[in-house]
Write a protein that binds this ligand. Sequence first.
Ligand SMILES: [Zn+2]
Length: 441
Amino acid sequence: MSAFPGRAAFLAITASALASCATLPQPDETLDTLAQDYVALQLAIGEKERGYIDAYYGPEELRERALIELSSKDLPQLEILTAALRTRVERYTDDGVEGTDIDERRARFLVAQLTAAYTRLQMMQGAELSFVDEAQGLFGVAPDLPSLSTFEPIIDEIDKLVPGGGEGGDPLWQRIDRYSSRFNIPSDRLQAVFEASIAECKRRTMAHVALPVSESFTLGFVTDKPWSGYNYYQGQYASKIEVNTDLPIRLDRAIDLGCHEGYPGHHAFNALLEKNLVNDRGWTEFSVYPLYSPQSLVAEGSANYGIELAFTPAEQIAFETQVLAPLAGLTSSEIADYAALQEALSDLGSARYTIASGYLSGDTSTEEAVALLQKYQLISPERAMQSLRFIDTYRSYIINYGLGRDMVREWIERGGADTDTKWIRMERLLSEPSLPADLAK
Ligand SMILES: [Zn+2]
């Protein structure tokens, strides 16, 4: 018998030590050590589901720890570890017990993220949650599911904005699709249009927000993805932005995606978190971004709100008319009308939650869901299929865009804020451990 345990026995000991210290608070544990446990645990969960970890740029040793100490854990064991870690962190969330106010916010953030991880682990094991319960568990917010009939008056109003209506005319979605296709950006102009658009989003953001000097991004065009655009944050203030060209891209999407994926959206948000929280404060938990978590509601909500913060409707129309349309080789005479149509269509956004809820629960078939998306989102069958593919992949994540934007807008514009105040609040939101619950304050 050897005096030293072999490798297998050693791993068993460290795993059981981790499990026991996961349940019993250790006298020397701090939020910093708990944060390290959190990162290793999130990375271990990420080993069980592709796409669960959206970004990680923290210490390599925590990734190794996840692989060595936690890779043998099955889903029920990870669920137990998650609940136990949440209990240990909760000690830091009570007022007047331990830590300063910012430490309490840090702890509350960890608790909310761990609640989401716990929910996701249950889903990975087959738990069937309603759409609303799933959204609450993963993103910390319960969305309303409006009855589809409430959208009929909006659709009637939209009908009046689009040419070709009246008796015997084509279906409204088809007229909108035909009209909107006038604004399709030719594929050989995409690069130039998007570069100009992102540069303007950046210029407008940097007039108000100080970003790390070395921040940078790359831009690429891809196909066969469930999303229309994506920001892969790489760490060290660098992002890889990708735009999906499966379907024609319309002119308004250049500013939408430039602000959403770039500035002041995901790229700026991640760079500010890395600078302020990971580097300046040493909060390692922000170096990992689990996709199915309350952080996503703040990320998507602020990225979408960032479009209207960076451009008033008139500024967007002016920039598209004077710069983007000529770059795309498109006529610019109808851009204001097209913008009015897009604005009207945005009122249909939450119909998608109701349709997704029915589809994900199995009450609505694929064919019915496609038909409902066409009818209540006023999109072509191809775009409805793309929308359904997104819903299949990301499920209740869809609430983060519209509901998240509305919550961020309400918080930033509270009390009738002027432009400077809005940007100051936006920068604060993007630089602190912000949760959906903070937006309700
Ligand atoms: Zn996004």
